[in-house]
Design a protein around this ligand. Structure first.
Ligand SMILES: [Zn+2]
Length: 674
């Protein structure tokens, strides 16, 4: 066991986990020892005969769990990105154990007594701002976890947390199974008429990977609206594809969602909140459910009106094809047609100008150079966790090494859907750690030797996820609890959304949008049409997002003890009540495949994207109009916000950049809702 690579800190640069040595059988023993070590460390804190002080209690708590942290970060990166059967099994087994482990610490009466004593003396301890905040955050965390409750209530809380953790793992597993089982299998390439050659090749490759040689498989993406719906000319196939997506995991995750929502409601009640959403949002920047509902409500009516205008345009185009009952499965297809005819914008005409490597190097990295002075060097000498993942070293303007950025862009069978950022090493001065971060996307892997040509949305995702990466890379905090993206959930999408601004920043766009063969720049005419198309499609996108956000909130504003009979009926009623039962626009996620809400820790938090976007749109305005150079603005944004992680109040960081309270006007303008 002495060979387990998790047992000692990595000796690689930046303490990059030693992936070349890590094997699946190392995880379980590392989790075991990691949990045992941390419990021993906590026991040492509480057994300390000296009176509690900041160093022997709060800092000691921050230092605890080093081994566990190493294995958790690596394991959960793999469980999202390369979940083999063994990893999925361990995920299901270890998640409830980790929840119980957290409870063992958070509900430790002796530990809480020490923290509570310090918390009462906090003003007289002579702490600097970051240390004072650390004490307050730990105290709040324990109180919110139930540290003040009686023994019986705590026992029930532990049971609930364990069941919630295993339920979340089961939700993920059911969804993976349903995605596989409901993939569309076709015999002939002609059935895929309308898809690009690349997409047909990818479907054939999916077939091969599943042992269905010579057949074509449309695998399901996590969202409702499958990207192929915009191109498939066969209407019946479009309907079949959408139906497969909409009905995913209904039999398994429907009842499970009811159970999970019920447990969360009970948990919130034990902790003194009327609903789970109240409990969650109390600790977010929004503060109250009412504040969230007010923002959502403000956007619903104009968004639906926009979508209805879009529908009229699409219905006219569909009528020309003899279709008089435009359905949800027709929406994306005719949106694409209208975009081509009205705005003469053909999504496939853009792709040759959006080649992955160029977008990454000459777009994303170039923009980070422009705004922050960063440079990037690929480190092929360092081994990542999967052959598709690449490793880049990131340097400051003056050449100082900053951290590592891993890029894992391609879809594969073992990767979950969507795009996300993970940290493999979290920056903290206390532990002497520099950041190692990962971006995961799901770009279809091109045939060998072929370039990966992106859609406009995929380019946006690349910039977006890199915004999260920067939040991790720029972290310059003392304590691990505050590292990088450890900020309120309804704030964490803000820096990533701001980074999308560079995608169309003229200097950046001109640098990356070049034809992959000829090197020709994106024709000005194409760009003009792109701008003219502007907010077309925002009605649909805003409505499908709002429907999901409202659904997430609805599930988590049911008080404890209220029985929900049927997930589908509950969903329909919630959407109708909010005025979001718009024909042809199903929610971006339905309940049974809404991982954000039921298994990814975004429960009662899907509103966060819109909430963050208020700050984002406002900040983009600031970048455009503050009169400073891009580089100077970048420095301010970095110093006052990106580098602070959770070490300072989130809205205080915002105000330090923009100089005032947030304003919703730029958001409404951007989404065409004014
Ligand atoms: Zn994001």
């Amino acid at each position: 066991m002495s060979l387990n690579p998790f047992f000692e800190p990595s000796t690689l640069d930046y303490e990059l986990p030693p992936f070349a040595e890590i094997r699946e059988e190392h995880y379980a023993p590392a989790f075991e020892r990691g949990m045992a070590d941390q419990l021993a460390e906590i026991a040492a804190i509480t057994a300390d005969p000296r009176p509690a002080d900041f160093e022997n209690t709060v800092v000691a708590l921050e230092r605890s769990g080093a081994l566990l942290r190493r294995v958790v970060l690596v394991f959960f990166n793999q469980s999202g990105s390369d979940a083999t059967a063994a990893v999925q099994e361990l995920d299901a087994e270890i998640s409830p154990r980790l929840a119980a482990h957290d409870d063992a610490i958070q509900l430790d009466q002796a530990l809480f007594a020490r923290l509570d004593t310090l918390h009462r003396q906090r003003e007289t301890l002579g702490l600097d701002a970051q240390s004072l905040r650390l004490l307050e955050r730990h105290h709040t965390r324990l109180v919110r976890a139930g540290a003040r409750l009686g023994a019986d209530e705590q026992r029930r809380l532990r049971e609930i947390n364990t069941e919630l953790a295993s339920g979340a793992a089961a939700f993920r597993k059911n969804l993976r199974a349903a995605n596989k089982e409901r993939a569309i299998v076709l015999d002939r390439a002609e059935e895929l008429a309308g898809l690009s050659e690349d997409a047909v090749a990818a479907a054939a490759e999916n077939g091969r990977a599943l042992g269905l040689d010579g057949r074509y498989v449309l695998s399901l993406k996590n969202i409702t609206n499958q990207p192929e719906l915009a191109q498939l000319t066969d209407r019946a196939l479009r309907e079949r594809l959408l139906t497969a997506a909409l009905g995913r995991a209904a039999d398994t995750n429907g009842p499970l969602a009811i159970r999970l929502a019920g447990l969360r409601a009970e948990r919130a009640a034990l902790l003194g909140h009327p609903t789970f959403a109240d409990h969650v949002i109390a600790d977010e920047t929004a503060g109250t459910v009412a504040a969230v509902e007010a923002l959502l409500a403000r956007v619903v009516a104009p968004a639906v009106a926009n979508a209805e205008r879009e529908r009229a345009e699409l219905a006219a185009a569909a009528a020309a094809d003899g279709i008089t009952d435009l359905g949800a499965h027709d929406w994306a297809y005719y949106a694409e047609k209208v975009q081509q005819s009205t705005y003469r914008l053909d999504a496939s005409a853009l792709r040759p100008y959006l080649e992955l490597e160029r977008v990454l190097q000459d777009g994303v990295f170039f923009a980070a150079g422009l705004a922050y002075g960063l440079t990037f060097t690929e480190r092929t000498d360092l081994t990542a966790y999967h052959p598709d993942a690449r490793t880049f070293e990131v340097f400051e303007a003056d050449g100082t090494p900053l951290g590592l950025f891993l890029a894992d862009f391609h879809a594969r069978d073992t990767k979950r859907g969507g795009a996300w950022m993970n940290e493999l090493v979290q920056q903290s001065e206390l532990l002497g750690k520099r950041p190692v971060v990962v971006n995961n996307l799901n770009i279809a892997k091109p045939a060998p030797g072929e370039p990966a040509l992106l859609s406009w949305d995929e380019v946006r995702t690349l910039f977006h996820e890199f915004g999260h990466a920067l939040h991790g890379l720029f972290s310059a905090v003392r304590y691990p609890l505050f590292s990088g993206t450890e900020v309120p959930r309804d704030f964490v999408e803000f820096p990533s959304q701001v980074n999308e601004v560079w995608m169309t920043w003229p200097e950046v766009l001109a640098n990356y949008a070049r034809h992959h063969r000829t090197g020709e720049p994106l024709p000005a005419e194409l760009l003009e049409r792109l701008e003219a198309a502007g907010t077309f499609g925002q009605g649909f996108r805003t409505v499908e997002y709002l429907a999901a956000a409202v659904l997430d909130l609805a599930w988590h504003t049911v008080p404890a003890g209220v029985e929900i009979a049927d997930a589908e009926e509950f969903e329909a009623a919630a959407l109708a009540k909010a005025g979001l039962d718009v024909p042809g626009i199903p929610p971006r996620y339905r309940t049974t495949y809404f991982s954000h809400s039921f298994s990814d820790d975004y429960s009662a938090g899907y509103y966060a994207y819109l909430w963050s976007e208020v700050l984002d749109a406002d900040t983009v305005e600031w970048f455009r109009s503050n009169g400073r150079s891009v580089r100077d603005s970048g420095e301010v944004f970095r110093a006052e916000l990106l580098s602070r992680g959770g070490s300072r109040d989130a809205l205080e960081c915002f105000r330090a950049v923009v100089g005032r309270e947030p304003d919703t006007t730029p958001l409404l303008a951007r989404r065409g809702l004014l």
